[in-house]
Design a protein around this ligand. Structure first.
Ligand code: UDP
Length: 476
């Protein structure tokens, strides 16, 4: 057992939990045995999420690394919340006494406490214990910059992001059209933006913010944060860009999707996948099918069914009932529709894949960049619209599907729009070819960042040194 432990407080969403544990493992490796990891596990509020977390905990607990998982007692969930964000906020806050108790009971001294970006209500526990406290930000530097700016932006806004015209100034990014503001801030539902504004304020109380990005990927926004251009008159905490942090699970047998890819030519297949909870309705499915068919390109399409009542997770799709009649027959050999969870990372790693139509969850984006696959962004929820903007306007690794229009409640894509975007993505247009080249450059950039001598490698080492026993501690 190491001399001191880092306490992690992750949130249950797979994109958050797994990313954070992976970051913790990298901190352990970088500390060379000086630190251990203690993960305080909140019971997820739904059975499906709880079982996903448990599966991951079981896998990691068996890894032989110096990681201890402590399950916090279950709490009574609040029942009068107006939006999921408000629920998460209050549900997490109710864990504060249990977190304090769990930390008080630890045998090892605590080197630092690291909380997920949604767990900032629990930063107070760390403050009371006078321990260095960090936020793990599993998304982009751009969204971090926006959240830091949010209190000021809100003072200036006369209408909501949803209603406003023109662009929003996010320091370090080109002007962001208001239609690319994250759905979690521009939604009609109440209380969401207040929660995010609260988180943005609380980040300022952290000793540092660990972000799953790298200087090379997001130089503009990370420089803007470091230069104090987000919160006027107050420098933001130091940002430790240690990414891309990507969790790769082990698989012995090649998955059916991967076996199918083995029989496809190099860079010929467009992959479509919409994250862990993305689901599209029947009318949209018909347009996708028609668009793919007309494009003439090969495809691997992860098509999920509607979530069961009370769940946010999609079910396995009934392909015969969902797809247009004869579609599977007509596209046999050049297309595979997969109705269930897919091995996304293995698919993106496969040389047959030439493009990715993605909902732009940040983990999916990083995975795509890691394997040099250009994208067509199709943002659905969370901060994904802003990610899409960054991919198109800042990084240049994506082909635009269509103009965003917030005045329409749903982002509906017609067959011809998808067809055109897929043709571009697969290299039929100059813009598409450019995006392909850029994506390949990003592949090299990402790998260089985390390798010895890279910026993320150095940021991780610096972070670990400052919290290790005998270290300097975080900057004041
Ligand atoms: N994922 C996967 N198979 C699927 C759908 C998703 O392996 O069929 C993985 C994907 O590789 C990524 C994660 O689930 O690691 C999704 O995280 P992301 O941040 O992209 O989106 P979220 O699901 O959190 O919206």
């Amino acid at each position: 057992m190491a001399a001191a432990t880092i306490v992690f407080l992750p949130c249950w969403g797979s994109g958050h939990f797994m990313s954070m544990i992976e970051a913790g493992k990298r901190m352990l490796a970088s500390s060379g045995g000086a630190l251990s990891l203690t993960v305080l596990v909140m019971q997820a509020p739904s059975a499906a999420k709880a079982s996903e977390v448990e599966d991951h905990v079981r896998r990691e607990a068996a890894s032989g690394l110096d990681i201890r998982f402590l399950r916090l007692p279950a709490i009574e969930p609040p029942t009068d919340c107006k939006a999921p964000e408000e629920f998460n906020f209050r549900y997490i806050q109710l864990h504060a006494p249990h977190v304090a108790e769990a930390i008080a009971g630890l045998a090892s001294p605590v080197a630092a406490i690291v909380v997920d970006l949604f767990c900032t209500p629990l930063l107070d526990v760390a403050r009371k214990l006078a321990v260095p406290r960090y936020v793990y930000f599993a998304s982009t530097g751009a969204f971090l910059a926006l959240m830091l700016c949010l209190p000021t932006l809100r003072e200036q806004l006369t209408v909501s992001f949803r209603e406003m015209e023109g662009t929003v100034h996010v320091p370090g990014l080109p002007p962001v059209p208001s239609s690319y503001m994250p759905a979690c801030l521009a939604s009609k539902k109440t209380n969401n933006i207040q929660c995010f504004e609260y988180y943005g304020r609380r980040f300022m109380d952290a000793s540092g913010i660990i972000v799953n990005s790298s200087v090379e990927l997001e130089r503009g926004v990370l420089t803007a944060i470091a230069d104090g251009r987000c919160v006027l008159g107050r420098p933001a905490p130091v940002v430790h860009a240690i990414g891309p942090v990507i969790w790769f699970g082990a698989r012995e047998e090649p998955h059916e999707c991967v076996q199918w890819l083995h029989s496809q030519p190099s860079a010929s297949v467009v992959f479509l996948c919409f994250g862990s909870i993305g689901f599209l309705d029947r009318a949209q499915v018909e347009e996708i099918a028609a668009g793919l068919e007309r494009s003439g390109h090969r495809f691997l399409w992860v098509l999920r069914g509607p979530p069961a009542a009370g769940s946010s997770y999609p079910t396995d799709a009934d392909l015969d009932a969902t797809l247009p009649s004869g579609f599977l027959k007509r596209t046999e050999g050049r297309g595979l529709v997969w109705p269930s969870w897919s091995p996304q990372k293995e698919v993106l790693a496969h040389p047959a894949v030439g493009g990715f139509v993605t909902h732009c969850g940040w983990n999916s984006v990083l995975e795509s960049l890691w394997f040099g696959v250009p994208m067509v962004p199709w943002p659905l929820y969370g901060e994904q619209h802003l990610n899409a903007f960054e991919l198109i306007a800042d990084m240049g690794v994506a082909v635009q599907l269509k103009k965003m229009d917030r005045s329409k409640e749903d982002f509906f894509v017609e067959a011809a729009e998808l067809e055109q975007a897929v043709r571009g993505l697969m290299g039929e247009t100059a813009k598409g070819s450019k995006a392909r080249e850029k994506a390949l450059e990003m592949k090299a950039t990402c790998r260089k960042a985390v390798a010895e001598g890279g910026s993320s490698y150095a940021a991780l080492r610096k972070l670990v040194l400052e919290i290790s026993p005998g270290g300097e501690g975080p900057s004041p």
